[in-house]
Write a protein that binds this ligand. Structure first.
Ligand code: G16
Length: 542
């Protein structure tokens, strides 16, 4: 039976950088999930009888929301839903399924790297038929619908068995429960030379892959240990848990510190990698070398031809504005296009669809390519393994040689988390007001050359996205970028990004924070971080 339920709008259902992210108790309010899912469908046209892909990262409340989405999708006229077994699909795997099986779109349940549990974070995101996060025109329409909603439609379908692979009919809609790993593993096998990777592991190369008790556990086990023959034990924390074992499933130097320390110890593995809650982020560590995400994009671009899926070369590279310009230098040398987009993977979709770029990356531990329309953690790990295998060199040698060729972009991000929103907004407002007066001034011995609020003109559809972060550029090519995160769920997170280019290889061995010390001080002088927020130091440095 299909019911129409009267409801009232919630005023806080505006999708952020990547979908709607809130605390679990917010999502547990009566009608909250139903309203948002109905608003997604209300913002879309022409899906009757078509297929929706559905899955999530397995965090607390995943299964309940999967059942709700199935019931609302059936009532709204979808013909079929393909759902990952156990309600699980990594974000890149969901993107692949949407594309491979030509779905109308997909709903992904995840709050990415944010913690999970009854009082922690949850999220709902819509991906379009290209497999990528809905562009702003759709997320704006969803928000508009959520503010005007008066009813939703829901079918009484009971609980669908999510654990049994197979097909069932519910309220005139087909539900197909699929193996979440198989299609993704096949895609990886089509892009990389698995024989070469098997030989790498056979030669004694030792790796640790930390799934942080999140969604990539089963993917890592199948691909690294089962298909590539990496020794059992290579995959760590591979059992997905609803609360990620109480940790932040955030692969960076703070939350994946143990992995980092293990790789750095003389007896530890040669190579370490980690992925986040929903499997789209990655961290790469070699012995004696942490690879920044910005450098990772540049190095993958420079070595792309070493992987069979990219043997013909790349058409171009895109990076988010706050990401370092390391990839720009590679694109220039290769003679391919280079694009600077706002933060958010959704901005890469048009460039990828138009064939303007093959590789994309962000400083926020995201790297990906045209194989799907999301960033892809395990893909990046396999790409690094492919480069190591083909070059027969260590990660450290690969990175230092890259710097020697292209120069080094010293880079760091300082996050001030859970700042009171009014204080963070006041900081950004004051900063915006002084932008015009900054050029020509001296700060900590640096001369400001240019200062602006970044706006993006999409070269494919002509859309304009304004207020995407404040950039302060200094003479000599260094810069500081300020923006507020669009993914946090409590208060505001101020992100400050520092970058300095150094061409001289004899100066490539300096500690990053030391190399950026004047820029770090200049950032505080310019934005008044301490005086606005009361914080003497960032909460997270990456
Ligand atoms: C999301 C987006 C990324 C973005 C990141 C950080 O990643 O998909 O494009 O770079 O958030 O965004 P912000 O700086 O606004 O917090 P994820 O992995 O959280 O889905």
């Amino acid at each position: 039976m299909i019911r129409t339920v009267a409801t009232k709008p919630f005023d806080d259902q505006k999708p952020g950088t990547s979908g709607l992210r809130k605390k679990v108790p917010v999502f547990q309010q009566p009608h909250y999930v139903e309203n948002f899912v109905q608003s997604i469908f209300d913002a879309l046209d022409g899906f009757e009888g078509k297929m929706l892909v559905l899955g999530g990262d397995g965090r607390f409340y995943n299964r309940e929301v999967i059942q709700k989405v199935l019931a609302i999708a059936a009532a709204n006229g979808f013909g079929k839903v393909m759902v990952g077994q156990g309600g699980i699909l990594s974000t890149p795997a969901a993107s692949n399924i949407i594309r491979k099986y030509k779905a109308f779109g997909g709903i992904i349940l995840s709050a990415s790297h944010n913690p999970g549990g009854p009082k922690e974070d949850f999220g709902i995101k819509y991906n379009a038929e290209n497999g990528g996060p809905a562009p702003e025109k759709i997320t704006d329409a969803i928000f508009a619908k959520s503010k005007a909603i008066s009813q939703y439609r829901i079918a009484d379908i009971g609980a669908v068995d999510l654990d049994k692979v197979g097909t069932v009919e519910v309220a005139g809609m087909t539900v197909e429960v699929i193996d979440p790993v198989k299609d993704y593993a096949e895609l990886m096998e089509s892009l990389f030379d698995f024989d070469a990777l098997r030989a790498l592991f056979k030669s004694g190369f030792r790796m640790a892959f930390d799934s942080m008790h999140a969604v990539t556990g089963p993917y890592g086990k199948e691909i690294l240990e089962n298909r590539l023959g990496a020794p059992v034990g290579t995959c760590r924390n591979f059992k997905p848990l609803p609360d990620f074992g109480g940790h932040h499933p955030d692969p960076n130097l703070v939350h994946a510190k143990k992995l980092y320390d293990d790789v750095m110890s003389p007896s530890g593995p040669d190579f370490g990698a980690a992925s986040d809650g929903d499997g789209d982020r990655n961290m790469i560590v070699g012995k004696g070398m942490f690879v920044t995400p910005s450098d990772s994009l540049a190095i993958i671009a420079a070595n792309a031809k070493l992987a069979p899926g990219y043997a013909k070369g790349i058409s171009g590279v895109a990076r988010s504005m706050p990401t370092s310009a390391a990839a720009d230098r590679v694109a220039e040398k290769l003679g391919v296009g280079c694009y600077e987009t706002p933060t958010g993977w959704k901005f890469f979709g048009n460039l990828l669809d138009a064939g303007k770029v093959t590789l994309c990356g962000e400083e926020s531990f995201g790297t990906g390519s045209s194989h799907v329309r999301e960033k892809d953690g395990l893909w990046a790990v396999l790409f690094w393994l492919a480069i190591v295998a083909a070059r027969g060199e260590s990660v450290k040698d690969i990175v230092t040689k890259h710097w020697a060729t292209y120069g080094r972009n010293y880079y760091s991000r300082h996050d001030y988390e859970e700042v009171e929103s009014e204080k963070a907004n006041a900081l950004m407002k004051d900063l915006g007001a002084k932008l015009d007066s900054l050029p020509g001034t001296q700060v900590r011995g640096l001369t400001v050359e240019k200062a602006d609020d970044f706006s993006y003109h999409d070269p494919v559809d002509g859309s304009v996205s304004e207020h995407q972060g404040v950039r302060v550029m200094f003479a000599g090519g260094s810069r500081v970028v300020f923006r507020l995160s669009g993914t946090g769920t409590s208060g505001a997170t101020l992100r400050v990004y520092m970058e300095r280019y150094e061409a001289d290889p004899s100066k490539h061995g300096i500690d990053t924070q030391e190399a950026l010390a004047d820029l770090i001080a200049a950032a505080d002088d310019i934005a008044g971080i301490h005086s606005h927020t009361g914080r003497a130091a960032p909460s997270v440095i990456t």
